[in-house]
Design a protein around this ligand. Structure first.
Ligand code: ATP
Ligand code: MG
Length: 256
């Protein structure tokens, strides 16, 4: 049984089939990528896996448990943690506080109580600060810990989001286009961080537009097009796959 096992997942929005009968197995410990053109259905797939959208049909199993219609906070509590395609900073909070909030994604109360800070939570704060500090160092933002998060350059905000997701101690980390809007140098730094996360034992499911990044770091890649999975394989197999080249790679600048 795969760590994440998706069977026949389908999502219809009135007239549109955003995900059409998608099946996928993500092995524990792997760095697995989902690629596809704009509107292919990648974020919809993530929204269903993480409990933000109910599927029209199909099943999702995570770590041996059927999570198909489970609430998003329950899924997060099991260790399935996601980031969002658009940067979501907590305004008016420091970089370190933004990471500390992430620690509560898996604990009782969730983010809401993290913002209110009841007494039982304050007792844990020293521990949280140490953990946030470690994670900021890990993503290369140690020097920015006290800065206001919204003042960070965009590329560093994306790294901050990854640190915040890591604070929730994911077993499976879903990253939705973390390299969107990054320059080549920032993308390289992010790629290294994602690989180190995986080396720490976290299974990673990565949505990306940057085919060069994905073929460099992913162990295995699934390709979506118009809501359907049209291919799956190793980076080398994907780069050579005629349907993938026709649907996607042929329209992109790649380093392949
Ligand atoms: N809540 C919704 N209601 C109606 N249609 C939606 C909804 N969410 C997504 N869609 C549609 O479903 C299709 C797939 O969208 P999705 O966001 O999953 O694609 P994507 O692969 O993530 O695209 P991108 O690369 O641009 O992020 C698109 O046609 C989109 O307009
Ligand atoms: Mg998307």
């Amino acid at each position: 049984m795969a760590f994440l096992s998706v069977r026949n997942l389908t999502k219809r929005f009135s007239g549109l089939t955003a995900n059409n009968d998608i099946s996928l197995d993500v092995p524990e410990g792997s760095l697995f990528a989902v690629i596809g053109p704009n509107g292919a259905g990648k974020t919809t797939f993530f929204n269903m896996v993480s409990g933000f959208l109910a599927p029209t049909a199909g099943t999702i199993e995570f770590a041996g448990t059927d999570v198909t219609r489970m609430r998003q906070d329950k899924i997060a509590a099991m260790g399935l943690i996601r980031t969002f395609q658009l940067v979501q900073m907590f305004q008016g909070m420091s970089v370190a506080e933004n990471v500390e909030v992430g620690c509560h994604l898996r604990t009782r109360g969730g983010v809401g109580s993290a913002l209110v800070r009841p007494p039982w939570l304050r007792r844990q704060e020293a521990e949280l600060r140490a953990k946030a500090h470690e994670l900021l160092g890990f993503v290369g933002l140690g020097a920015q810990a006290k800065m206001s998060a919204e003042l960070l350059p965009y590329g560093q905000q994306r790294l901050l989001e990854v640190a915040r997701a890591m604070a929730a101690e994911p077993r499976l980390l879903l990253l939705d286009e973390p390299a969107a809007g990054l320059n080549a140098h920032e993308t390289d730094a992010l790629a290294a961080v994602i690989q180190q996360i995986n080396a720490r034992g976290v299974t990673v499911l990565l949505i990306e537009h940057d085919v060069g990044l994905v073929t460099r770091i992913a162990h295995r890649i699934a390709v979506l097009d118009f809501g359907c999975k049209i291919a799956e394989g190793t980076p080398d197999e994907i780069k050579r796959h005629p349907d993938v080249i026709a649907a996607y790679l042929g329209t992109e600048t790649t380093d392949a």
